[in-house]
Ligand binder design. Structure first.
Ligand SMILES: Cc1cc2nc3c(=O)[nH]c(=O)nc-3n(C[C@H](O)[C@H](O)[C@H](O)COP(=O)(O)O)c2cc1C
Length: 182
């Protein structure tokens, strides 16, 4: 094993016009970068222009690029927003476009919604089980009512900071451990 830093992708789960996920992702990245314990990067599904799975010949360059990006990563932080009590269709579609690139890696969740995005996060945990992604316990849940102004300007309460760091502690520990398995 080398002492190289782990690569952790902060995956923005929403591609909606007017989405708030970039604000949340940048906040997570700011906290993560302060730690200096890994290479953290924002991974925006929207950048890959993924088609709807199965509706094309699968030769769009974004599909290969998406898989290459995931393959480069040792672990993930999913920025998850609740859509009809689950994850967004765009996140599920992007997840379905890869398989091996997800396997034997760790992930944390930062979710938001009217009830902190908890229902979406629990659905994502079930999906991660199938993809052999080890999902960590610590899970910051952000409220659309109290952590956002007018549901659009992100103003997180102070209390979430410790929770984000606890989640990252666990993601780093498990991502390092699982790297030895791969
Ligand atoms: C189609 C749709 C369904 C939604 N369903 C829920 C829901 O079930 N529970 C919830 O808490 N918020 C729900 N919301 C509110 C979203 O969580 C909120 O708009 C959030 O900002 C979406 O994340 P984004 O801005 O990053 O796309 C829904 C929003 C949309 C557009």
């Amino acid at each position: 094993m080398t002492n190289e830093k782990l690569n952790i992708g902060i995956i923005l789960g929403s591609t909606r016009e007017g989405r708030v996920s970039p604000q949340v992702g940048e906040w997570v990245k700011g906290i993560a970068d302060e730690r200096g314990d890994a290479n953290y990067e924002i991974v925006d599904i929207a950048d890959y222009n993924l088609p709807f799975l199965g509706t094309t010949d699968g030769k769009e360059p974004g599909i290969a690029k998406w898989n290459e990006k995931l393959a480069d990563l040792d672990g993930f932080v999913f920025v998850v927003q609740e859509y009809n009590h689950s994850i967004s269709a765009s996140l599920k579609n992007a997840i379905d476009f890869a398989r091996e690139a997800w396997n034997n890696k760790a992930a944390g969740i930062v979710s938001y919604g009217s009830t902190g995005g908890a229902r979406a996060a629990e659905h994502l945990r079930g999906i991660m089980g199938e993809l052999m992604i080890a999902d960590v316990r610590a899970h910051p849940t952000l409220s659309l009512f109290t952590d956002f102004e007018d549901f659009s300007v992100f103003k997180p309460a102070e209390l979430h900071l410790d929770n984000v760091n606890a989640m990252l502690d666990q993601v780093i520990a498990w991502s390092g451990a699982l790297k030895t398995l791969r």
